[in-house]
Design a protein around this ligand. Structure first.
Ligand SMILES: *[C@@H]1O[C@H](CO)[C@@H](O)[C@H](O)[C@H]1NC(C)=O
Ligand SMILES: *[C@@H]1O[C@H](CO)[C@@H](O)[C@H](O)[C@H]1NC(C)=O
Ligand SMILES: *[C@@H]1O[C@H](CO)[C@@H](O)[C@H](O)[C@H]1NC(C)=O
Ligand SMILES: *[C@@H]1O[C@H](CO)[C@@H](O)[C@H](O)[C@H]1NC(C)=O
Ligand SMILES: *[C@@H]1O[C@H](CO)[C@@H](O)[C@H](O)[C@H]1NC(C)=O
Ligand SMILES: *[C@@H]1O[C@H](CO)[C@@H](O)[C@H](O)[C@H]1NC(C)=O
Ligand SMILES: *[C@@H]1O[C@H](CO)[C@@H](O)[C@H](O)[C@H]1NC(C)=O
Ligand SMILES: *[C@@H]1O[C@H](CO)[C@@H](O)[C@H](O)[C@H]1NC(C)=O
Ligand SMILES: *[C@@H]1O[C@H](CO)[C@@H](O)[C@H](O)[C@H]1NC(C)=O
Length: 764
């Protein structure tokens, strides 16, 4: 064999996989050397000097950064691995790499490689691992890669790959991991996938792959992770998947799957089952309660009917139960309090389109307090749950988000809520509570920054509002839109006459934005059918400018807003602008959008300080400006509009764009560091897409608890957001984005991030 190989010396033959074994001559290591230099010559950007050692004559090739050589046999002295992960390299991938005959591992993830994936790589016979995730590679996945028959892992996540998954891949007998998440792939999964008998993970989430899920996947007996979320799959879930006894994660969320959930009781290893956001019908199958390893069960946003099974209480390891937005009815099973590991319970919005039909009813069990003290989310809103809220809920001391609004709860609001020191969000409106808000709730935040809140927090009754707005008189109506109506009014608070804006929500509008409501403060005295909700601005968390640039101190540390809060704020502000712009009979233009006008309530929900309202309710505010400020001082006005010129909706969108850049870079548009003539916008624009990490607020980049992959997904989300900011603030008004488009894109980005978080729950 060796002799035969020695006799084949034609230089061109080592271009193909089939005749790949190259004689171990000096010439061939020279080939490796020259090939690496060719590779380097296409790297146009190397900010960390990662390739400085490459080509330095005093450093042997095998000691260059990222290069590993074989040590035995004919691989001795030959490059067998190239590992240049996360070095911010900018360039294209040289097809010449195909000449590194013994290459087994080619790892270039988390760089800025662009251009195509060279089909020549299919000639590297020994290649076992190819990882080019988190780059900007375009074009199709070359079918020629299927010639590398030793492939074990192919990772091409988060690129811009298009076209279909090559059906030729089914001839890769050793393939264990195929990860193509977050690309632009289309077409179907080839049914020949059933031949990849060693496949352990098939990860295709966030693409546009369509067709039915091939039943053949059910024959991949070693499959452990199947993630097909956020694609365009339709049809039914194949029953054959029930054969996958090693499967630990089955993620089909956000597709168009139909009909009922088939019997999959064979999935005995399953720990994540996510079928959320499809069109699934029928009941929650009883066998789910037998999947004793289940940690995450997400069936939300389907059309599932029937009851929540009592037997779900058997799932002792469950940490997330998400059944919201279905058509479930009947009682909330008391057995849920047996879920000792539960952290996140989402059973809200179980109703058909006709409000009131099919909702969860009954009382919450007294034993709610027996749930895990790790409970963080307790969301049961928009159902018909009756009775009192058990005092025991105060045992769940780590609760952060409690939404019980729009039910039929009655009796007093338990004093024990005051024990929930970590509460971020407490929604109780739209119920039939009696009595007043226990003062213990107002004391839950010990943050000195917010200690004045109880003084600022004026509680008002319906009667007072009627009086303040002169019976919601039409002459006081200053705006109306899809969320409801805004009235101006005048009322006495702390002995002073104050002007306020009163926003009456139209609750028949599902999802009426929280942007304008702090529900806790509004609901108590009203029955849900009486007065839909009135708005009372409650703004202890000051404004966005304060959070971005001064940063409040809590527990001795300066606090920074995390990514998800910033995205939520960006969405709240965009919804508010959309609302103003769509208001009837005349659109309202804000004219003065800037972070100091974005006020944050105790739940960190953003309220656009429209009409000068902000100035009344915040202690630091300029009390002199009143309604006159509806005209607004000039915030970030696009150059063409200029001071004193007509400001328009596009001016708002421009300001919004700049605000977005400010929120995610943490830099003021007026910072000196951009240099002469180079504003924040330009500063960001030239950093897109590759150099984003260098302009992003470092507090966002430092959120390092996540795995590397997640951190990168986050950067890619931030990149998309900055791009929206740049587009909104385009200087030629015609190129501006519409605020509604910006809003939609931001919501998409938020959903994407949320889906990513679901995937991480397992690792918690
Ligand atoms: C080459 O490497 C040597 C040893 O690390 C170093 O001293 C020298 O400065 C390098 N030469 C260049 C041109 O970078
Ligand atoms: C591989 O090396 C040969 C000989 O040096 C060269 O002709 C060829 O272009 C190289 N292949 C690629 C894909 O660059
Ligand atoms: C695999 O390699 C053979 C021999 O070089 C070639 O004929 C074939 O087209 C390649 N397959 C693909 C899918 O590129
Ligand atoms: C998927 O297709 C839709 C409609 O064709 C398009 O709007 C969307 O951008 C595509 N998504 C991806 C990730 O390619
Ligand atoms: C599944 O994996 C086991 C152990 O790695 C292996 O022995 C078996 O052959 C695999 N199954 C198939 C169908 O290849
Ligand atoms: C797989 O599932 C299908 C449908 O449930 C069944 O008919 C088939 O016998 C199963 N195959 C194996 C190998 O267990
Ligand atoms: C659940 O498991 C038990 C015990 O193995 C079995 O008797 C029962 O039939 C299973 N239930 C369902 C709905 O599969
Ligand atoms: C569960 O809660 C009930 C009512 O609060 C209580 O009586 C019971 O002792 C609790 N059970 C356990 C196992 O903690
Ligand atoms: C509230 O919203 C519903 C649904 O969009 C609409 O039909 C209704 O006219 C609105 N009511 C008011 C008072 O605006």
């Amino acid at each position: 064999m060796v002799l035969l190989r020695e006799s084949i010396l034609l230089p061109f033959v080592f271009l193909t996989c089939s005749v790949a074994s190259l004689p171990p001559t000096a010439t061939s290591t020279t080939t490796d050397y020259l090939t690496l230099m060719l590779f380097k010559s296409l790297v146009k950007g190397d900010p960390m000097g990662a390739l400085a050692s490459w080509g330095n004559l005093s450093i042997p090739m095998c000691q260059w950064r990222g290069v590993a050589c074989g040590s035995r046999g004919h691989r001795r002295g030959h490059v067998v691995a190239l590992d240049l992960t996360g070095l911010n390299l900018l360039g294209t991938i040289s097809p010449a790499l195909a000449n590194i005959t013994y290459l087994r591992r080619l790892n270039l993830p988390q760089n800025r490689f662009y251009g195509i994936l060279p089909p020549e790589l299919g000639n590297i016979h020994d290649l076992e691992t190819l990882d080019l995730s988190y780059n900007s590679i375009e074009g199709q996945i070359p079918p020629s890669l299927s010639n590398c028959s030793r492939f074990v892992e192919i990772l091409l996540d988060s690129n811009k790959l298009q076209g279909e998954i090559p059906s030729e891949f089914s001839s890769l007998p050793n393939l264990q991991l195929l990860s193509l998440r977050n690309n632009r792939l289309t077409g179907r999964i080839p049914s020949s996938i059933g031949r990849l008998v060693n496949l352990k993970s098939l990860l295709l989430t966030f693409n546009n792959i369509t067709g039915e899920i091939p039943a053949e996947i059910g024959s991949l007996e070693n499959l452990s992770t199947l993630d097909l979320g956020s694609n365009q799959f339709f049809g039914t879930i194949p029953p054959s998947l029930g054969n996958l006894s090693h499967l630990t994660a089955l993620i089909f969320s956000n597709n168009n799957l139909e009909q009922s959930i088939p019997p999959l009781q064979g999935l005995l290893s399953l720990s994540i089952l996510d079928l959320g956001q499809n069109n699934l019908k029928g009941n929650i199958p009883a066998w789910i309660a037998n999947l004793s390893s289940l940690v995450t069960l997400i069936l939300e946003k389907n059309s599932l009917e029937g009851n929540i099974l009592e037997s779900l209480g058997n799932l002792e390891m469950l940490t997330t139960l998400a059944l919201k937005q279905n058509n479930l009815q009947g009682h909330v099973p008391h057995s849920i309090t047996n879920l000792y590991s539960l952290k996140n319970l989402y059973i809200g919005f179980n109703e058909l389109e006709e409000i009131g039909a099919n909702r969860l009813t009954g009382e919450l069990p007294d034993s709610v307090g027996n749930l895990s003290t790790n409970m963080k989310y307790f969301i049961t809103n928009h159902n018909s749950i009756t009775g009192g809220i058990p005092e025991g809920i105060g045992n769940l001391v780590n609760l952060q988000f409690v939404e019980m609004n729009n039910n039929l709860f009655e009796g007093p609001i338990p004093d024990s809520f005051g024990r929930l020191k970590k509460l971020n969000q407490l929604y109780l409106s739209g119920n039939k509570f009696s009595g007043s808000i226990p003062s213990s709730i107002e004391r839950t935040k010990s943050n000195p920054e917010t200690s004045l809140t109880s003084e600022q927090h004026i509680r008002v009754s319906y009667a007072e509002l009627v009086s303040a707005t002169n019976g919601f008189a039409s002459e006081n109506l200053i705006g109306a839109g899809s969320f409801g109506s805004v009235y101006k009014g005048s009322m006495t608070s702390n002995g002073q006459q104050q002007e306020v804006a009163v926003k009456v929500l139209n609750l028949t509008q599902r999802g009426a934005s929280h942007s304008f409501v702090a529900e806790l403060c509004s609901s108590i005295d009203f029955h849900r059918d009486n007065f839909k909700a009135l708005v009372y601005e409650f703004l202890p968390n000051r404004n966005l400018d304060h959070w971005l640039h001064q940063r409040p101190i809590e527990d001795g540390e300066r606090k920074a807003l995390d990514l998800s809060v910033r995205i939520r704020i960006a969405i709240d502000v965009a919804s508010a602008l959309e609302y103003l712009h769509q208001s009837k009979p005349l659109p309202i233009v804000h004219c003065d959008l800037k972070p100091s006008n974005v006020l944050l309530d105790r739940n960190m929900v953003a309220h656009v300080g429209d009409f000068g309202l902000a100035r009344f309710l915040h202690q630091d505010a300029d009390k002199s400006s009143g309604w006159a400020s509806m005209r607004g001082t000039i915030g970030y006005v696009a150059p063409e509009y200029g001071l004193g010129n007509e400001v328009s909706m596009q001016g708002d969108v421009y300001s919004y764009g700049i605000l977005l850049l400010e929120v995610f870079t943490g830099k003021r548009p007026t910072d000196n560091e951009f240099g002469e003539g180079l504003g924040l916008r330009k500063y960001v624009e030239i950093a897109l897409p590759g150099r984003v990490t260098s302009v992003v607020d470092r507090h966002l980049v430092q959120e390092t608890e996540d795995g590397e992959g997640i951190a990168d997904m986050k950067i890619s989300c931030i990149t998309s957001i900055l791009r929206i900011g740049v587009q909104c603030s385009e200087e030629a008004p015609a190129d501006h984005m519409q605020i509604s488009d910006a809003l939609k894109e931001l919501q998409g980005i938020r959903d994407k991030l949320q889906n990513i978080k679901h995937l991480c729950i397992e690792g918690e």
